[in-house]
Design a protein around this ligand. Structure first.
Ligand code: MF3
Ligand code: CO
Length: 247
């Protein structure tokens, strides 16, 4: 069931969403070769706490960290550890903050130093896929138009779209209805109502879209080992467009 948020609820969501946005900027300014993914997680954890927010991921179904830090072939849910970031890596940082009784969720993929032309294009196109996905989005838009647009842009650039993970509604819970796939048939799916808050989060890969989950039961990697990128924002559906809360 899709919960429609009142203006009062949306006002309460602005704060966790702004903290996520600011935290990603804070990480962007500091992330560099030589840092471990665990150090990235510590930056996130301490930033959220210092801003009076709770890291929603920490303890979520037993997830052991405050951020998901996914390097190269890791698509999503990379568990921060002693892995050292190297020049040429691409690193997705995905985090969720809880404050005022609501969650805010966003992700960015950062380039560590100079990356290959292929990875550079992947990161750029993944970000573009988000903006293509929300193009024309407003009250009444069929849900799967988002996936249709994301898929068109990714595949026309020679990339593939992850199917196994999707975007989602968000509010009092981190994951609410509806599920927001990044592939789809235009003109299908529920019509999004004004006041619906969703996370649009294309996960795009250079090779095949198939993934496997490592024995840690979280880390999702591409089966073919080729690079993946991820870009996400929390978005409110309005009568005449969208409002992006984490940008
Ligand atoms: N932004 C991620 C998502 O939408 C957050 C996952 S947190 C975790 O699924 F705890 F599940 F890792
Ligand atoms: Co999300």
């Amino acid at each position: 069931m899709v919960f429609i948020k009142s203006e009062e609820e949306i006002a309460l969501m602005r704060e966790p969403c702004a903290i996520v946005r600011d935290c990603l900027k804070f990480v962007e300014e500091r992330i560099r070769a030589g840092m471990t993914t665990k150090q990235v997680d510590t930056l996130v954890h301490d930033f959220l706490k210092a801003n009076g927010a709770e890291p929603s991921c920490l303890g979520y179904y037993g997830y052991p960290a405050s951020a998901c830090v996914s390097v190269n072939e890791v698509v999503v849910h990379g568990i921060p550890d002693g892995r050292v970031l190297e020049e040429g890596d691409i690193v997705s940082v995905d985090l969720v903050a809880y404050k005022n009784g609501y969650h805010g969720d966003a992700a960015r993929t950062f380039r560590i130093g100079k990356v290959s032309p292929e990875k550079d294009k992947l990161v750029r196109v993944t970000e573009e896929c988000f903006f293509k996905g929300i193009e024309g989005l407003k009250a009444g838009t069929p849900l799967y138009d988002i996936g249709y647009r994301v898929q068109q842009h990714a595949e026309s650039n020679g990339f593939s779209v992850i199917r196994a993970y999707t975007g989602h509604g968000i509010g009092k819970e981190m994951h609410e209805d509806p599920s927001v796939p990044n592939v789809g048939r235009r003109g299908t799916g529920i019509r999004l109502a004004a006041g619906t808050v969703i996370c649009v989060e294309p996960m795009i890969v250079c090779g095949n879209y198939r993934v496997k989950v490592l024995p840690d039961e979280w880390t999702a990697v591409t089966l073919d080992g080729r690079p993946a990128a991820h870009y996400e924002n929390t978005v409110v559906i309005r009568e005449d467009g969208v409002e992006i809360l984490t940008l």
